[in-house]
Design a protein around this ligand. Structure first.
Ligand SMILES: NC(=O)C1=CN([C@@H]2O[C@H](COP(=O)(O)OP(=O)(O)OC[C@H]3O[C@@H](n4cnc5c(N)ncnc54)[C@H](OP(=O)(O)O)[C@@H]3O)[C@@H](O)[C@H]2O)C=CC1
Ligand SMILES: CC[C@](O)(C(C)=O)C(=O)O
Ligand SMILES: [Mg+2]
Ligand SMILES: [Mg+2]
Length: 355
């Protein structure tokens, strides 16, 4: 099924050949030897900082964290065992000490802090991102790296929390890698090694542009925005037709997350369909194209909004406010207070393993 050559594999993805890189090609001694002269300076300690930083540390690499002193992340990092003055520093100090600068600040903060950070990214260092955002939308972010450093990307395709839990389970997140600037001729190899170091299972190749377009699109679509919208629409129609909250929640969310979606994850859509009744299969086969047709124009509109920078502008403006945490929390509380999610809490409390 694949050809193995110098640690890379070319696989057939539904008729398209793509090259992938796997953890198996980077045993721990090789990884540790590769980074023996490096200090990975992880700037920012949100979800990704936590997952990637702890994984790289557990892989035996020399990792330090740089965040705003006494901010929320500073406290979080200390709770995770990073020691002020030893492995935890204010941002500028960490960048000075690091050879590989892993910019894991929020996308808005990457732009805001760039004027202070840029002069510290000196020749010989490597600049690393987990998103194409700052580089691709440079007209909005003003992040333009110095010409004499490698600029690479490792973008885990999952939450930083999952980056950590999968690693601890001996599994791995899938991540994409890309090179924006290759000064040393080693940029791609470094991206692959870092991808494995932070806990990836396998890596696929992309570009900064493709990464950020697909990522912003996916999270606004099926992964987050789309699923909340779809769940809510289905739930509301059930309630409007006299169904109880129990029934509406079970038939919309609980059965999806606890029974059917894991089957898709395990063995694909046809497997899930085949695990359901012939009655369900007939109806779902008929309705799937109707949902596709209804949703397609929304997805087209969303992709355009990503590509033309509208989504980026909004994100920079909103998350660049000093009140970004409380503003987001307020809107998320509104979701939490929707009847569907209040009903969900009671449903979850009734799971035998919740007791
Ligand atoms: N979340 C995820 O799972 C994924 C994220 N990514 C990408 O990884 C990168 C990091 O994302 P994520 O881990 O979610 O982090 P967040 O977006 O949650 O950002 C959190 C970090 O940014 C810092 N920060 C925010 N504003 C400022 C500021 N003005 N000055 C200094 N620091 C600031 C916070 O520090 P403080 O506590 O001091 O405010 C905190 O350390 C982003 O590029 C994101 O797109 C990629 C894949 C998945
Ligand atoms: C789906 C949201 C995400 O893109 C991610 C976890 O991959 C993010 O930006 O957090
Ligand atoms: Mg994202
Ligand atoms: Mg993502």
């Amino acid at each position: 099924m694949y050809q193995l050559s110098r640690g890379l594999k070319t696989l057939d993805f539904a008729g398209t050949k793509e090259t992938v890189y796997e953890r198996g090609d980077w045993p721990l001694p090789k990884l540790q030897d590769y980074f023996k002269n490096d200090t990975l300076a992880l700037i920012g300690y949100g979800s990704q900082g936590h997952g990637q930083g702890l994984n790289a540390r557990d892989n035996g690499l020399n990792v330090i964290v740089g965040v705003r002193k006494d901010g929320e992340s500073w406290k979080q990092a200390m709770e995770d065992g990073w020691v002020p003055g030893e492995t935890l520093f204010p941002i500028e100090e960490a960048i000075k000490k690091g050879t590989i600068i892993m910019n894991l600040l929020s996308d808005a903060a990457q732009s805001q802090t760039w004027p202070q950070i840029a002069p510290l990214i000196t020749k010989g260092k490597t600049l690393y991102f987990s998103h194409g955002f700052s580089i691709v939308y440079k007209d909005l972010t003003h992040v333009i790296p110095p010409a004499d450093v490698d600029v690479i990307l490792v973008a885990p395709k999952g939450s930083g929390r999952t980056v950590r839990t999968l690693f601890k389970e001996g599994r791995g997140i899938n991540s994409s890698i890309a090179v924006f600037q290759d000064v040393t001729g080693q940029a791609k190899e470094k991206a692959i090694a870092l991808g494995i170091a932070v806990g990836s299972g396998y890596l696929y190749e992309t570009t900064f542009e493709k990464e950020v377009y697909s990522d912003l699109y996916g999270e606004r679509g099926v992964l987050m925005g789309g699923i909340q919208g779809m769940f809510l629409a289905q739930y509301k129609v059930l309630r409007a037709n006299g169904h109880s909250p129990s029934e509406a929640f079970n038939e919309t969310v609980e059965e999806a997350t606890q029974s059917l979606f894991p089957l898709i994850g395990e063995k694909g859509m046809d497997y899930m369909y085949n695990a359901c009744s012939t009655t369900a299969r007939r109806g779902a086969l008929d309705w799937a194209p109707i949902f596709e047709a209804a949703n397609r124009p929304v997805f087209e509109k969303l992709y355009e909004s990503v590509k033309n920078g509208t989504e980026t502008k909004k994100s920079l403006e909103f998350n660049g406010r000093s009140t970004y945490r409380t503003d987001l929390a307020k809107e998320l509380k509104e979701i939490d207070e929707q009847e569907i999610w209040r009903a969900g809490k009671t449903v979850r409390s009734l799971r035998p393993d919740a007791k």
